[in-house]
Write a protein that binds this ligand. Structure first.
Ligand SMILES: Nc1ncnc2c1ncn2[C@@H]1O[C@H](COP(=O)(O)OP(=O)(O)O)[C@@H](O)[C@H]1O
Ligand SMILES: [Mg+2]
Length: 511
């Protein structure tokens, strides 16, 4: 059905469309323009009323009606009063998709899109995340799929204000990754919302739940979960770097301690020996004041409840394999590992997650260098973390680099990617934001956060600023070098997604 005709426009700017009077076209709608041997996919970015009748007459008519109650009798109403839409060209299809370098001719036909027009999206990926969105509506027949393996090592940013659907998207995305074993994920979960439990739907309700391993301080209450416990004997001074604020003297003290006491450096400092003895044994190179300060700092971070063991850390001797080895084994099997840090203080949480992530990244790097053949066989690894500015923010990075930043910068070479979730992307340095090649943008009311992501996106989405501001729960725009244009998507609701049996989902996909 023809809903309008082209009446103007330019390549770098927008197209102007005269709309057919009864057509219900709204901002956000996708339209298709067929012109000669070329198709234009466009999105409505603005809509206005217009008329051929001079302004004074319109004002006069309105006035007469308001002041004297006269009826408004319009002569040739349909021709002389109408709606105009402005549209942005998303992409051009002329033997394949290309960025727009031309515009349609005068009077070219403008039509609404239907599922046939999006058949090309079918082959784009394998992880289903939602439906093609048309403004606030969506096409139930067009399921959007993302190319998981490409996406992962090029990093993903999920950003929106609170309550707009960041965690929901992430659960949907991970559910998709669970369908294949090409990608392993490591999720740091500060709100204990990913695994699920009594009354709360989470990834443990996925039909492939055997591919999930859950590490939590509440392991005794959760059937099938593992204990989250990191032993101080496995921690190195570098685990603390860029994670907690340390002075230069404190860092040197840590190195000296480790050199002298090896694996027992933390236990020795915290409980085994008086500071004065340590001072002597380190050859009086480290002042007792520094040792005292360091002891307090580490003690505080480890949150040891009875002096030797706490929710996540212990300075007792470890029995059995370390959590680092357990996580690594799961990742090698292509599993999804969830680390519940919800009960930990902010410092303990950062130390625990950085220590686990650092081991895995180190393992991938080493494998690539020492054993390229087995590196090829490793699954891609996605590191998921909420409240990303806590480790990737300008403020956090002012205390020194950390493993999350290193992965953002060079993870791609080692098949390791991050999925950073945040409500405040403007706190993350611009270069790091631009490294996040795929961006899942849900509603972002704050202008500074919106600008930060618009400026660092793979595609030009400056025209979408108002739309991004208004997006409702679960409504997203996705920009990525792996899709042809910024895709408007209605993300599946996780609770609905996991209700569907596997066969039924195939039918939706079948188009
Ligand atoms: N795709 C969606 N479709 C429908 N409702 C959604 C969708 N995503 C989120 N919601 C609703 O919004 C609520 C908050 O979502 P959540 O993912 O927790 O937001 P955030 O992590 O951004 O704070 C959810 O509990 C759900 O009710
Ligand atoms: Mg959330």
């Amino acid at each position: 059905m023809v809903v309008g005709r082209i009446i103007g426009g330019s390549v770098g700017d927008k197209l102007v469309i005269r709309l057919k009077n009864e057509s219900d076209i709204d901002v956000g709608d996708l339209l298709l323009i067929k012109d000669k041997n070329c198709q234009f996919y466009v999105k409505v970015i603005n809509k206005m009323i217009s008329s051929l009748v001079p302004e004074q007459f319109i004002e006069e008519m309105a006035g007469q009606n308001l002041e004297y109650n006269e009826g408004i009798n319009l002569f040739d109403e349909k021709e002389r009063f109408y709606q105009i839409a402005h549209a942005k060209i998303l992409t051009i299809n002329k033997d394949g998709f290309k960025p727009p370098r031309t515009i349609p001719s005068f009077f070219a036909e403008v039509k609404k899109v239907n599922k046939e027009d999006f058949k090309f999206l079918e082959k784009k990926g394998e992880v289903e995340i939602g439906y093609l969105r048309l403004g606030t509506d969506y096409l139930k027949d067009v399921v959007i799929k993302l190319p998981a393996t490409k996406l992962v090592s090029h990093h993903v940013l999920v950003t929106a204000a609170t309550g707009k659907g960041k965690s929901n998207f992430t659960k949907v995305f991970i559910s998709g990754l669970l369908e294949s074993d090409e990608v392993a994920s490591l999720i740091i979960d500060p709100h204990a919302e990913y695994y699920g439990g009594k009354g709360i739907k989470g990834l443990s309700h996925h039909h492939n739940k055997a591919r999930i391993e859950y590490f939590t301080p509440r392991w005794q209450e959760m059937i099938g979960s593992y204990e989250l416990k990191i032993f101080a004997e496995d921690l190195k001074p570098t685990d603390f770097h860029g994670v907690i604020e340390l002075s230069e003297a404190q860092r040197e003290a840590m190195d000296a301690l480790e050199k002298t006491y090896n694996n027992w450096w933390i236990r020795t400092l915290l409980i085994e020996k008086p500071i004065n003895n340590i001072h002597e044994e380190l050859g009086r190179k480290v002042s007792p004041a520094t040792l005292f300060a360091l002891k307090r700092r580490i003690g505080y971070t480890l949150e040891l409840q009875d002096g030797e063991s706490g929710l996540a850390f212990s300075i007792r001797k470890r029995e059995g394999t370390s959590i680092f080895e357990k996580v690594q084994k799961a990742i090698l099997e292509g599993k999804t590992v969830i680390i519940d840090t919800s009960l930990l203080g902010s410092e303990a949480e950062k130390l625990a997650s950085a220590a686990i992530v650092r081991r895995q990244f180190g393992f991938y790097r080493r494998t690539k260098q020492l054993n390229p053949e087995s590196f090829e066989k490793l699954p891609e690894l996605l590191i998921v973390f909420e409240e990303a500015p806590r480790v990737l923010g300008v403020e956090a990075l002012s205390h020194g680099s950390n493993v999350f930043e290193r992965i953002a910068r060079e993870g791609r070479k080692f098949k390791v990617g991050i999925c950073a979730i945040t409500q405040m992307p403007s706190l993350i340095p611009k270069e790091i934001l631009s490294q996040m090649n795929t961006k899942i943008l849900l509603g972002i009311p704050s202008p500074s956060d919106r600008n930060a992501v618009i400026e660092s996106s793979a595609q030009n989405i400056s025209d979408e600023s108002v739309e991004i501001q208004m997006l409702d729960k679960g409504e997203a725009i996705i920009t990525s070098p792996f899709i042809d244009f910024p895709l408007p998507v209605k993300i599946f609701l996780f609770e609905e997604l996991i209700k569907k049996p596997a066969e039924q989902k195939k039918i939706v996909l079948g188009l």
